[in-house]
Every structure is written in structure tokens, then in C-alpha cells.
Ligand binder design. Structure first.
Ligand code: HGY
Ligand code: MN
Ligand code: MN
Ligand code: MN
Length: 414
């Protein structure tokens, strides 16, 4: 090893700005939804940067993208670092991209210093972490650990009506230079850098969060079906109004179910109304419920309460109700050995840190099923994320990448 590798902060900041221009929104965020043309453009940009540095490029059947820097013993399973490049429709420029680009910066800083690691190191960019266009979230990492259904997903249509299989094929074909590899190759460990997406680190004034686990998530899609009728001529007692049923049920979730448990998080984020005309009582109302809780038992019991509330409201309003579960991710813990490695890296770097559990789900929670895994959080301003105003200071960006580099070196040996 020549000089000790060093994160090139200006280069990393520039990369983040360059990727923020891909799918940029007027309000300063990004709209780079999974398997969209903008997602493909970001993947292409990363691939071009990789080619320029002589790194290997691989993708698997669900378009997980891997950038590989070879180690002295290529037979050893690589150390995996990275995150995702897809975003929410009005996402921030750091959610996912920060972890992916910090990981790429680790490869570049090792290359700059001619460091030879024993294990190869790969940067992963997981497909469809967000799940906002195609449900569920974390499709790439889920499939990587054998919990996905790539065939079953092909004929699914996104919220924009586009078929998943067509977008997946277009994405795979958009990177002809990527070597196709079987899904789920063996890796020795996975470390993901991500913004906290909450206020704890900033409020505590600590620059690094060492993530010990992730709370659980369930997504339900609930439809009430009634009878379309004239808004002016239909008296209350004749109405079979699914909007009234939805409002009643959602009010109970917000006023009774969620307040009953301070750790419960219920969010109704998307609603569609048919036929959606100002003077027609709707025929059908569909909405999503995102349920989070750190305890699996509570997560299931809250799901049951949501379903029960919807059934009661459907009976009250004489409409039908249909519930579908679209995502089911149990709470999980990360590997203590990796948590300790990150802790030791922070100590060597003289960076203060604190342990915390993630309120957001992450690809790391799936990868933890097949390899020792943990995460590094950096603070984001006011804890805001899934919002175009998402912001991370250059200092915190640099610190997160430094801790990732130090942790990766201890995992890769050499
Ligand atoms: O929704 C989540 O928790 C993740 O940020 N996509
Ligand atoms: Mn994310
Ligand atoms: Mn996100
Ligand atoms: Mn994530």
C-alpha cells in the first residue's frame, strides 16, 4: 500500500451534484423512479465513471448493478458496499445516492492510493428500493436474497400503468457493457451509508449513527367499492359512498389506532378515486396504508386493527372492502461484529457516534439475511427526507465516506 487512502471530498460532492442533475425537479430534488429513463440515466452515469477507472461492471436478472474493484485474492467473496439510485417522485438528492456515491468514492480513493486489498470490493446499486412506482420496495435486494419473485413481478403495472417487465428489460438492455451474473452471489459483508431520514443525529449533535437494526414495515392497499351515483339527486340514505367509508376508516386510524402506541407510524400516502368527477359519488376509492413498528407482534396487531376498522366502516357505509398486503418486512437486527467494526473505525477517526435503530427500511435489512451487515447514518437537516428539501452538509457527507472507507478497509484486508 502506498499512501493511506483518503476520501476526496470535492470529488464526492461533485458526483452528488452531477447525479442530482439526473431527474432533477424544479424544487431542487430528484424524480428518478425505479426503472424509469432517469433511473437508467443514473445507472449509465455510474457505469461510465466505473469504466473510466477500470472497474468491472455487472448486473443481475433484476438489474441490481455492481461495480467491482478486484482484490489480490479474487476467489474470496467480495466486500459489498452501496445503496440505491432510484428515488421518490419528489425525492431528495441524497436518499440512496449518498450511499451509492460514497461507496464509489471509496473505490476511487483506494485506486488513487494504489491500495491492494485482499478481498475485492463491490459497490451495489439495488433496484427499486423505494417501491413508489412498483410495489414492494427493496425489490432488488429482496430478489438478491431469494425472497423476491422476478417472474411473478413481470406483468405487474406501476402506478403509471407501465409494465414492470418492459421497464426491467429496457434497463438491462441500457447497459450492454455490464456483465450479466447470476443473482445472489456470495458476499463477505455489506455496509450501507444512508441519511438518517429522521431528526435524532442532528438533534443530538452527533455526526455518525451506527445502525443496529431496522423497524418493521407493512404496506396495505385497501379498496372500498360502492355505487357511482349523481351528487345532486342521491339522498344520504341511498348512498353507497366509498369515499365516506374511506374517510371514516382513515379518521379512526389517525385518531384512535396510531395515538394508542407512541411507536406506531401509520401513513396514508396515496389515494385514487374512480371515476374522480366533481359531481359523481365515487364508485371506488383505493388508498395505501404504510405501517411501521419496531416490534413484529405489534406490527401484526396494528395491521389487524387497520383491517378491522376498514371492515367496520365498509359495513356502516354499505360498500365492499378489499385489502391486499403489498409489502411485509419484519423488523431486523444488524450484525454486532460489523457494528463494532464501524464503532472502531469511528474511534480511529476520532469521530463521535451513537447507536440507533432505523425508522426507514433499507436494502441492508434484506442483505443482512445472507451476509454480516450494518449501516452508517449521517444527519440530514431537520430530519427531512422523501422531500425535495432534503439536505446534508458537506462535512457530514465527508465524515460518512471516511467512516465507510475505514470500515471497508478493515473488512477487505490487504
Ligand atoms: O420507505 C422507506 O422506509 C425507505 O426510505 N424507502
Ligand atoms: Mn433510501
Ligand atoms: Mn427513500
Ligand atoms: Mn435504503
Amino acid at each position: 500500500m502506498n499512501a493511506y487512502p483518503k476520501i476526496n471530498a470535492p470529488r464526492l460532492l461533485q458526483r452528488i451534484a452531477d447525479f442530482a442533475a439526473v431527474g432533477a425537479t424544479p424544487a431542487g430534488g430528484v424524480n428518478r423512479q425505479a426503472l424509469s429513463a432517469d433511473d437508467r440515466a443514473a445507472r449509465r452515469l455510474l457505469a461510465e465513471l466505473a469504466v473510466a477507472r477500470g472497474f468491472g461492471i455487472y448486473q443481475d436478472a433484476v438489474a441490481n448493478l455492481f461495480i467491482r474493484r478486484g482484490g489480490s485474492d479474487p476467489s474470496l467473496p467480495p466486500v459489498l458496499i452501496g445503496s440505491h439510485l432510484d428515488s421518490q417522485p419528489t425525492g431528495g438528492r441524497f436518499d440512496g445516492a449518498l450511499g451509492t456515491l460514497s461507496a464509489f468514492e471509496v473505490l476511487e480513493s483506494l485506486e488513487d492510493a494504489d491500495v491492494v486489498t485482499e478481498r475485492s470490493i463491490e459497490v451495489a446499486s439495488w433496484t427499486n428500493e423505494e417501491g413508489s412506482r412498483f410495489s414492494p420496495g427493496c425489490m432488488g435486494s429482496m430478489a438478491f436474497v431469494g425472497a423476491g419473485d422476478i417472474l411473478g413481478w413481470q406483468d405487474m403495472h406501476g402506478v403509471d400503468g407501465v409494465r414492470f417487465g418492459d421497464e426491467l428489460a429496457a434497463t438491462l438492455n441500457a447497459l450492454p457493457e455490464a456483465v450479466t451474473r447470476p443473482i445472489g452471489h456470495s458476499v463477505s459483508a455489506f455496509v450501507e451509508v444512508h441519511i438518517e431520514q429522521g431528526p435524532v443525529l442532528e438533534r443530538t449533535g452527533v455526526p455518525i449513527g451506527i445502525v443496529t437494526g431496522v423497524q418493521g414495515t407493512k404496506w396495505l392497499e385497501i379498496s372500498f367499492t360502492g355505487e357511482a351515483a349523481h351528487a345532486g339527486t342521491t339522498p344520504l340514505e341511498f348512498r353507497r359512498d366509498p369515499m365516506a367509508a374511506a374517510i371514516g376508516a382513515i379518521a379512526r386510524l389517525q385518531q384512535v389506532v396510531m395515538p394508542a402506541d407512541p411507536l406506531a407510524r401509520l401513513t396514508v400516502g396515496r389515494m385514487t378515486v374512480e371515476p374522480s368527477s366533481v359531481n359523481v359519488i365515487p364508485s371506488k376509492v383505493t388508498f395505501t396504508v404504510d405501517i411501521r413498528h419496531p416490534e413484529e407482534g405489534m406490527l401484526s396487531s396494528i395491521e389487524a386493527q387497520v383491517i378491522a376498522e376498514c371492515r367496520v366502516s365498509s359495513e356502516r357505509h354499505m360498500v365492499d372492502v378489499h385489502t391486499e398486503r403489498r409489502f411485509d418486512l419484519a423488523p431486523g437486527k444488524f450484525d454486532k461484529a460489523i457494528v463494532d467494526l464501524i464503532d472502531n473505525a469511528c474511534e480511529r477517526l476520532n469521530v463521535s457516534s451513537m447507536k440507533l435503530v432505523s425508522g426507514a427500511f433499507h436494502d441492508a435489512l434484506f442483505i443482512a439475511r445472507v451476509a454480516p451487515t450494518a449501516m452508517i447514518f449521517v444527519p440530514c437537516r431537520d430530519g427531512i427526507s422523501h422531500n425535495e428539501a432534503e439536505f446534508v452538509t458537506p462535512e457530514n457527507i465527508e465524515t460518512g465516506a471516511k467512516v465507510l472507507l475505514e470500515t471497508t478497509l478493515s473488512l477487505a484486508g490487504g
